[in-house]
Ligand binder design. Sequence first.
Ligand code: MN
Length: 237
Amino acid sequence: MKPIIGITTDVDENEKHVLNNTYVNAVIQAGGVPIIIPVGATKEVKQYATLLDGLLLTGGDDIDPTLFGEEPHQKLGEVKPSRDQIEINLFEEVLLLNKPILGICRGLQIMNIALGGDMYQDIYAQKKEDLLQHDQKVSTTHASHFVQVEQGTLLATISEAHQIKVNSCHHQAVRHVPEPLIISGRANDGIIEAIESITHPFVLGVQWHPEGLARVDDHVSKRIFKTFIQKSKEVGK
Ligand code: MN
């Protein structure tokens, strides 16, 4: 049996669910059976966690800063409180069951916040250093900046590299990364680009969009999804 992968989604201003099809395709390509989890299913989170073999937390808008004890910064973008809530609850329930979780962009940030970490609401306003362009002006099929991979980590095993090249579509980034998470990749300006758990079989968060690069057969991106689906098959249920 192929593993069942829950994919989180969003609701737009017209009350329509929206999900970039690239996430669905990446899961199918890697051998998973995708299930789209609606934003409003907050009371069904435990049942979803039982049903799923793995959870994919997708990218999207900004995260409500009051969830990590801060007031909204002037440069904070649009927030989706109901989406924050279901994603945090889903993450907690799936984590309790030790099932694999892949967090992409906002998904990585949700993982970090759910475990008690915090983040920059806007890296350009809140960091003093000269930063790279993290909001690239080309398609996500193009890798625009480098990430240094921390050796001995899950990301190092997946990427088989010291340095990888990724796409970048974010103005926020995680700041303090709490246990049991560790930092497994950084951009050359110090921005945290990957985190993972040292106490769970597969909990990986990436700040970039591997589902975009998988479309152009990027080796590391395809291996991220392959490993996630493989682990979901082994560990799930
Ligand atoms: Mn970046």
